[in-house]
Design a protein around this ligand. Structure first.
Ligand code: TRP
Length: 456
């Protein structure tokens, strides 16, 4: 089933069957979620799926910190598609998250042939300058380069031992001819995603990664790697929840298991005692510890308690000397169509608007953009246009128009044939002109704070 559906982070085509993607890759839909102060991307279903986003809200609602991490590939000019992630980052920042942004200069040097120096320049002038203009707070956002943060490389290396080529084959469709840069890049990206929760970078807290759905393979990999390092895991039991202890190469001695598998009961009891204590401090009194089976049961615990139980166990793991890594949360946005009807791409300027496009260029591109209108005015009046295919309408929905009521009005009028294709384009040109001019002014105003994004 769905075997033809692959997500390839480096590919040039992109599957847009979003419900199939949700089903096949086990994402959760954001549709039934109660999102506080939803942004236009949430309200319009453009952010359509997530993994474990509830842990972020859970932390936030309880006054606990959470972080946001995302990354950029410094390989071309920043276009509208890239701005969707930043809009989400900003939304999470306003909600109270601290923000870290990885410049994937190692990835772009290895997979796109961009020198580290060029990558640095592109990231600063093209991307971060626009982040500032789009409203990210330089004092609450830290941008770093993969090549300069050795911890992400080290983590990538360490986590590499928890996976193998077969898994890469399964996740990314690699084969014998795959360039090893494509093996290294996801490991470094796992390092990017996990490092903010290390003590030196803010400590244990949920980290949410807003990305386009093409990046989900990296999240699947990273979540798998993190959970494989976990010393304790929580699962549903017949009654309540069960904590299982995972004995691994690097915790055997601490868990009281010697080379030959012989168990030191005293050490084992101490460990289980610590698990029981940490559960007791969460308020549980009914705690069934079974060191022999390697389990602790909490018959009265429910699914919603998993967040706090997991956090306590990760804290305990860290106290005992483990990494205590929480699997990252993530959100996924849909892709806006390219202006020509193809995929949006930096290397094909006609497919998108760049954030630094001037009004003339933007106007030309919108005039030429793929239309959902009929071929003659007469037909259009009679049959109506298709806003789902019309680039001008789509770009207002994705990027330029905040007002939901106005949007549904023009949607209706386009469908009924009242608004003509040329008129829809003009509406989009007006909005785009306003949006791009304002952004360009903001870029000038915020140019002096760009450097502050790089201070950690
Ligand atoms: N691979 C991402 C891209 O192609 C860039 C990236 C690097 C990234 N590290 C990340 C994205 C961490 C999200 C999280 O755009």
């Amino acid at each position: 089933m769905n075997d033809d559906l692959v997500i390839d982070p480096w590919g040039s085509s992109q599957s847009t069957d979003y419900s199939k993607i949700i089903e096949k890759f086990g994402l959760s839909s954001t549709g039934d979620m109660n999102i506080p102060n939803p942004s236009k991307l949430h309200r319009r279903g453009i952010v359509f799926a997530h993994r474990d986003l509830d842990s972020v809200f859970h932390a936030n609602n309880n006054g606990n910190p959470f972080g946001v991490l995302t990354g950029l590939m410094p390989s071309g000019r920043m276009h509208l598609g890239h701005s969707m992630v930043i809009e989400q980052v900003e939304w999470f920042q306003k909600l109270g998250g601290d923000v870290t942004i990885a410049v994937a200069d190692l990835e772009s040097t290895a997979t796109r042939g961009i020198s580290l120096e060029q990558g640095r320049k592109i990231a600063t002038e093209e991307y971060v300058a626009n982040y500032a203009a789009l409203g990210l707070d330089p004092n609450k956002t830290n941008v770093y380069f993969q090549s300069q943060r050795s911890i992400v490389q080290r983590l990538g290396f360490q986590l590499g031992k928890r996976t193998n080529l077969s898994e890469f084959e399964a996740i990314y469709g690699f084969d014998g001819s795959t360039n090893l840069a494509h093996v290294q890049a996801p490991l470094v990206q796992a390092g990017d995603i996990l490092h903010p929760q290390l003590d030196e970078y803010g400590g244990l807290r949920p980290i949410v990664v807003p990305v386009g759905v093409d990046q989900d393979p990296h999240l699947r990999l990273t979540r798998g790697l993190a959970s494989k390092t976990n010393w304790f895991n929580v699962s549903d039991a017949k009654m309540g929840l069960q904590i299982g202890v995972s004995i691994q190469e690097d915790n055997r001695a601490i868990m009281g298991v010697d080379q030959n598998g012989k168990v030191n009961k005293e050490v084992q009891n101490q460990i289980f005692g610590k698990i029981v204590d940490s559960m007791a401090s969460l308020g549980y009194s009914d705690i069934n510890s079974n060191p022999k089976h390697g389990t602790v049961n909490l018959p009265a615990a429910a699914g919603k308690d998993k967040h706090s139980i997991r956090m306590s166990l990760l804290r305990l793991e860290r106290e005992l000397g483990g990494m205590g890594l929480l699997s990252p949360s993530s959100t996924y946005h849909r892709f806006a169509v390219g202006m020509t009807g193809d995929k949006m791409s930096s290397s094909k300027p006609k497919t998108t608007l760049f954030l630094s496009d001037d009004v003339d260029t933007a106007t030309k591109k919108i005039k030429k953009s793929f239309s959902g209108g009929q071929s003659t005015v007469e037909e259009h009046r009679r049959l109506g246009g298709d806003p789902d295919k019309d680039v001008a309408y789509q770009y207002m929905m994705y990027f330029f128009e905040d007002d939901d009521n106005y949007l549904s009005e023009i949607n209706r009028d386009y469908r009924s044939g009242k608004i003509l294709a040329g008129e829809m384009k003009q509406l989009c040109i007006d909005r785009a002109t306003h949006w791009l001019s304002e952004l360009s002014e903001k870029r000038d105003e915020t140019a002096h704070v760009v450097k502050d994004f790089f201070v950690d």
